[in-house]
Structure formats: structure tokens, C-alpha cells
Design a binder for this molecule. Structure first.
Ligand code: NCD
Length: 310
């Protein structure tokens, strides 16, 4: 039922998403044991190929692989020596010749995981490509919301911030829509991609309106590295109008939770206390990230070679 690569949420069916979430629930239990290791992927090799920097995502793929007893190799080529697509594909082919069971790829350019998947024998898992998709982040966000709210159907999810440059926003829009939530986005006009409403979301430039009746408030990081000198209001102006703090949260439902994929610009998109305390659930997201990546590695790297054949 599950495809061979995990390149984005856009291509997943609802049933596939639910299967990954259900598998992750079992994986989460393993993380609560004294010995947090099972032999499920013993003898399998996972390559983490990160062309762009990462803390949480890379560490959690590594921990996830190790908890399943896989051998995990981290490979972080410097992007400067590997700018050309050809050399990226050569690197991928070189690693592929070592017969890994899955390759996890992050790259600053949209579409690179797909191009690598086109030439590799091993399944490819997208760990974030440019402003395109970040599927495992959306899956861990779904898992966190399901844990908090029981189910996703019928919830109102408001995503606030730099939607234009955010792969997390894109993957989460697909993910929450597929599971039956209403998704709203709120941002200053230059940070709202044109035609975003075609994805089935409603766009707001008033945070107050976007928050009314929200069950989930997701703040996003200002992607300074992708702004390239563009149209950003000052940090102070942004945090005054779109930064989430307890006062603005009063517009949302009383039991609304606050999420952020990290890293947080504290005091800009999110107030300090919400980064650390409920209704902020940021560390639960990180914890669920390990469970989701265990589930993804199990489902995509754990197949028999014949099953995984292209
Ligand atoms: C996100 C990313 O890299 O896209 N972070 C993450 O994976 N936890 C979000 C971000 O960098 O703002």
C-alpha cells in the first residue's frame, strides 16, 4: 500500500498517512522503555544525506534508525563543493553503490530528493527540500495533534508566519486537509503565496480573524535564509502583529494548543513562555519526531528487497 519513496504528503492517500501514524504510536512506546532498542532493522543500513544544516531532523532520523538497530551513516557534504546537480547525483550514486536500505535527503533546492530517487535503487525519504515539502515534519505534527485532540477531523488549524518560504506549511496544509481539518493561514501579504487558496485553505492578513475558533495554532519560523533581501517588515513589527503570545491566543479556543517546528526565534514568532510551557507542545513535537521517523524507516527501509524493487 505504501509507495516506494516518501517525497511529499501531496502524493499520500489518507489511509497511508493513518498507517504511518498508527505505526508511530507503537514506536512511541519503545521510546518509553528502559532499553529503547528493538532488532527490527538489524543488518539494514540507513544513509542520512544532509546537504542543508539540520539539528532536530537529522538527530531524530539517527536516533530512530539506532532504536531499530539499523546502521546509520551521516553524510553532510559541504554544499559549496557540491553545487552542481551532476555532482549531487554522483554523490548519491556513490552512496547507492554501498547498498543502503534507505537514503534520507535534505537539500536547499526543491525537487532534489525526487531527482535522487530517480537514479537510486534504495528508497528515498525527503527530510526537507527548499520551500517544497517536509513530509516527516507534517506527520509528526499530525501525531502530536491526534495525541492532544483525539482526532483531526473537524479541527480548525491556523498556520501563522512565513508561508511563502515554508516547506513545513506546504506539507502541513496537505496533511491536515487530507485528514479532514479546516486549515487557515495568516501572514503579512508578502508572505502569502499567490494561489494558495487552490490548496483548500483560507488566507488571512488579520491574525485575530484567523485565530477565532482555532483548535491548533502553528507558528512558523521566519526563513531569513530564504528571504533574499525581500519585503520583510521589521522583526519588531512582525512580532507585534503576528507573533503568538498569550494575549493574542485569547482569540483562539480556550483549549487551543500552540505548535512550532523549531528552531524558534524566541520573542519573534513565538513568546518565550509558549516555547517552553503549555499550551505550547513544542517538545512533544520533537519527541513524536523520533516515533514518526522510526515508523517511516520501518515502513520504507524494512521491506524485503523484492518488495522494494522499482
Ligand atoms: C524546519 C525546516 O527545516 O524546514 N525545521 C525542522 O525541520 N524542524 C522549519 C524551519 O527551519 O523553520
Amino acid at each position: 500500500m505504501i509507495g516506494r519513496d516518501l517525497l511529499g504528503i501531496e502524493r499520500l492517500e489518507r489511509a497511508e498517512i493513518e498507517r504511518i501514524l498508527d505505526t508511530a504510536e507503537h514506536m512511541r512506546e519503545i521510546g518509553t522503555r528502559e532499553v529503547k532498542k528493538v532488532p527490527t532493522l538489524r543488518g539494514r543500513t540507513i544513509v542520512n544525506l544532509f546537504f542543508e544544516s539540520s539539528t532536530r531532523t537529522r538527530a531524530s532520523f539517527e536516533i530512530a534508525g539506532k532504536r531499530l538497530s539499523a546502521d546509520v551513516i551521516n553524510f553532510s557534504p559541504s554544499t559549496s563543493s557540491l553545487k552542481k546537480a551532476e555532482s549531487i547525483l554522483d554523490t548519491a550514486r556513490t552512496l547507492d553503490a554501498m547498498d543502503p536500505d534507505a537514503v534520507v535527503v535534505r537539500h536547499a533546492e526543491a525537487g532534489v530528493p525526487q531527482r535522487i530517487a530517480d537514479v537510486l535503487a534504495a528508497p528515498v525519504i525527503n527530510a526537507g527540500d527548499g520551500a517544497h515539502e517536509h513530509p516527516t515534519q507534517a506527520l509528526l505534527d499530525l501525531l502530536t495533534v491526534r495525541q492532544e485532540k483525539g482526532c483531526i477531523d473537524g479541527l480548525t488549524v491556523t498556520i501563522v508566519g512565513d508561508i511563502l518560504h515554508s516547506r513545513v506549511a506546504r506539507s502541513n496544509i496537505y496533511a491536515f486537509r487530507k485528514l479532514g481539518a479546516e486549515v487557515r493561514i495568516a501572514a503579512p501579504p508578502p508572505m502569502i503565496p499567490c494561489a494558495i487558496e487552490a490548496l483548500g485553505v483560507k488566507a488571512y492578513t488579520s491574525l485575530r480573524e484567523a485565530l477565532e475558533g482555532a483548535d491548533v495554532v502553528m507558528a512558523l519560523r521566519i526563513q531569513n535564509e530564504r528571504l533574499a533581501g525581500a519585503y520583510f517588515p521589521s522583526t519588531r513589527e512582525y512580532s507585534a502583529t503576528f507573533g503568538i503570545d498569550r494575549a493574542k491566543l485569547r482569540f483562539a479556543k480556550d483549549d487551543a494548543i500552540v505548535m512550532h517546528p523549531g528552531p524558534v526565534n524566541r520573542g519573534v514568532e513565538l513568546a518565550h513562555d509558549l516555547a517552553d510551557h503549555r499550551p505550547g507542545v513544542i517538545l512533544d513535537q520533537v519527541r513524536n519526531g523520533v516515533a514518526i521517523r522510526m515508523a517511516v524507516l520501518y515502513l520504507f527501509a524494512g521491506r524485503q528487497p523484492a518488495e522494494a524493487a522499482r
